[in-house]
Design a protein around this ligand. Structure first.
Ligand SMILES: [Fe+2]
Length: 227
């Protein structure tokens, strides 16, 4: 879809249905959010089950950095994009029309995540405290909030898991859960104190009339009839 839009704008391709283009972009945000929020969480849990026992600390520090980026930055970016779009009629309409497809993508991401358990514990491998059941429960546990955010939890045939089967993961996900001596280890607490609120005139309203960059609002005109 991106290529077709580029060709159209360059004047060398046929006109693209802008509603279809918008829905493709919306679906990209959904997929981005689900991948970043759910995928690899089971393997992160396996990693930190080992690191939590005191082994491979440096690897744990590096992987913790990656996990926190996925969880707090990448996934959050996808979610905030969707929340912003859903403020508008076109976003709500896209979410409604794409609902069966969103459910399908969600189920595929979750099934893919669950498929890691038989691999990890197959061919004679084992990890204390881990079995296929607990790993699948953990996959359900980490995916139920995204399902709730997307408004599809009641359609995905999933029992709510109230207790995290791998409680040590709560600590490893905390940005300030571990303090490291900087002369001995890489400091990975870089998410703490990196942002400050410099919007002295109050919150920005990107949707206010006449504000925001033209390149952002020009394409939106196409969707006025879509809302
Ligand atoms: Fe990521």
């Amino acid at each position: 879809m991106g290529a077709r839009l580029t060709l159209e704008r360059a004047g060398v391709g046929p006109e693209v249905d802008k509603c279809e283009a918008y829905k493709a972009a919306y679906m990209l945000c959904v997929a981005f959010y689900l991948f970043e929020r759910i995928q690899f969480m089971s393997s992160f849990a396996a990693t930190f089950a080992v690191v939590d026992k005191g082994w491979f600390q440096s690897i744990g520090t590096a992987v913790q950095k990656i996990m926190q980026d996925e969880y707090y930055i990448h996934a959050e970016f996808g979610l905030q994009m969707l929340k912003h779009e859903n403020l508008h009629g076109w976003g709500k309409k896209a979410a409604q029309e794409l609902r069966p497809y969103i459910i399908q993508v969600y189920k595929e991401v979750l099934a893919s995540e669950k498929s890691f358990a038989p691999f990890l514990l197959g061919e004679g491998r084992s990890l204390p405290g881990f079995n296929i059941g607990s790993m699948h429960t953990y996959a359900d546990y980490v995916s139920q909030v995204p399902a709730q955010e997307l408004g599809i939890l009641d359609s995905v045939d999933q029992t709510w898991v109230s207790r995290n089967p791998f409680p040590f993961m709560e600590e490893w996900l905390k940005v300030d859960g571990f303090q490291r001596a900087r002369q001995e280890m890489d400091d990975n607490a870089y998410l703490i104190g990196i942002m400050r609120d410099d919007t002295i005139d109050g919150p920005m309203d990107l949707d206010a009339e006449g504000q925001g960059p033209a390149w952002l609002y020009e394409p939106m005109k196409h969707f006025q009839n879509y809302a």
